[in-house]
Design a protein around this ligand. Sequence first.
Ligand code: HEC
Length: 136
Amino acid sequence: MKNVRNLLAGVVLMSTCMLFSQSAFAQKPAGKPWPAPESAVKMKNPVKPDAGNLKEGKDLYAQHCKSCHGAKGKGDGSKAAKIDISCGDFSTPEFAKVSDGELYWKTTEGRKPMPSYKEKLSDTERWKVINYMRTL
Ligand code: HEC
């Protein structure tokens, strides 16, 4: 009887570990370094955030970015599980130091598996999404 119980405990423990290793809790490796050109880093955000355009930014984020980057920007969206590198975390102090221009450039260009938003969003829409990301 004791053996059976030990066996059961082992199975439960193993399944829990397997579940965790596949969940968003498991840290994925960051992608290769992705430096933005100096001119892009220095670009100024022409959109001043206010309640109205932040709401637009939020809606655009929900529509285009949330599936990977997650509702709170933690990189835990529903599609993130199928991506083998980290989508990053928009809520860290390191992220806060990245310039708007750099985020704008990365959003515009994309890099597989992250799509390019050059055609999908207008310039102004991309700046609005950046402003919204700052609130996460
Ligand atoms: C299909 C999943 C996917 C979608 C959709 C997506 N991203 Fe990404 N994003 C990624 C991945 C993966 C990375 C990391 C790329 C790398 O390191 O090569 C990334 C990286 C980024 C970065 C760079 C982060 C950093 O710290 O340098 C920014 C900025 C970004 N995404 C913004 C956006 C915005 C804004 C949207 C929506 C308009 C969006 N992403 C939609 C997957 C996605």
